[in-house]
Write a protein that binds this ligand. Structure first.
Ligand SMILES: CC(C)=CCNc1ncnc2c1ncn2[C@@H]1O[C@H](COP(=O)(O)O)[C@@H](O)[C@H]1O
Length: 268
């Protein structure tokens, strides 16, 4: 056990208060510059300083409230698929049209569509879903260069924290489709892959749409990651690459069927 330190044993330190203090669950010993007001007083004193709003304990509550709001807004969403892809893809381009068709096809196959709620591929997938009269969801993120939710989002939730928003994508999706994109798309793709690889989410297909865009990455994964043994050859099978919207739906439906089969098979 560490020896008890007393303010006297640290002559160079000059605490302004030397008594023990309990603040909720937190015990403060030999605290320096302790506030001698109570929590109630600080809460009720509207003239007091407002720097508490930028402290970590306060942030934790804000993070918690984002989880509560996200779970509340999405808990009754029907089964859904997340579509990731570049925020910079322009309307009319090939990737935009593919995302729009994917949004429509997902709705026709009975899925809601979840995107990051932004422009480009996200807008296109939301647009396809909304035009097909489906459930079009956008999980927006507060960014310094705010662009707001795209016009095709029918149910939008805005997040301050990337990691809270990521939890929502994962918790409410049955599959992930990645269209060509940049760092944001790669981040979302690799996070999904890691969670499937480590069994944190099970049997979720990860589909990379646009074989020519993804070919170099797949080759690098094979040549470097598999060759150097940093992933197992079987991990490659977690990734599906296709250029066909029908194939996307087939892969997702097959994965769903295998989940239902596993759930309805009694355990030995
Ligand atoms: C014009 C512009 C850059 C707007 C950014 N507005 C955004 N709004 C919502 N989600 C975003 C945005 N930018 C990146 N993301 C997230 O990161 C991914 C795209 O990033 P990237 O363009 O591939 O790297 C999307 O799937 C989305 O979840």
């Amino acid at each position: 056990m560490a020896p008890e330190k007393t303010p006297q044993s640290q002559p160079d330190k000059q605490p302004t208060r030397t008594w023990d203090q309990q603040r909720g669950a937190v015990r403060l010993r030999r605290a320096r510059n302790c506030d001698d007001t109570t929590t109630d007083q600080r809460l009720l004193d509207s003239r007091g300083p407002s720097d508490w709003a930028h402290t970590d304990p306060w942030r934790v509550l804000r993070i918690q409230s984002e989880f509560v709001e996200g779970f509340g807004a999405l808990s009754e969403v029907p089964r859904a698929v997340s579509v990731f892809g570049s925020a910079r893809t322009t309307p009319g381009s090939q990737h935009y049209e593919s995302a729009r068709q994917i949004g429509e096809a997902l709705v026709n196959a009975g899925y809601a569509v979840i995107t990051g709620g932004g422009p480009g591929v996200m807008e296109a997938a939301n647009r396809g879903a909304s035009e097909a009269d489906g459930f079009s969801i956008g999980l927006g993120i507060e960014l310094p260069f705010e662009s707001g939710l795209n016009d095709w989002v029918d149910l939008g939730v805005n997040f301050r924290y990337f990691f809270v928003r990521k939890t929502m994508f994962l918790k409410y999706s049955q599959a992930f489709i990645c269209l060509p994109g940049g760092f944001g798309t790669l981040d979302e793709m690799f996070e999904s892959l890691t969670l499937v690889q480590t069994g944190k989410v099970t049997r979720f297909p990860i589909i990379l749409f646009g074989s020519s865009f993804w070919a170099g990455l797949i080759q690098w994964i094979r040549d470097q990651l598999v060759e150097n043994g940093t992933i197992s050859p079987a991990d490659l099978s977690l990734i599906h690459v296709t250029d066909s919207v029908d194939e996307v739906i087939r892969i997702i439906n097959e994965a769903q069927d295998s989940i239902y089969e596993a759930l309805s098979t009694p355990r030995q």
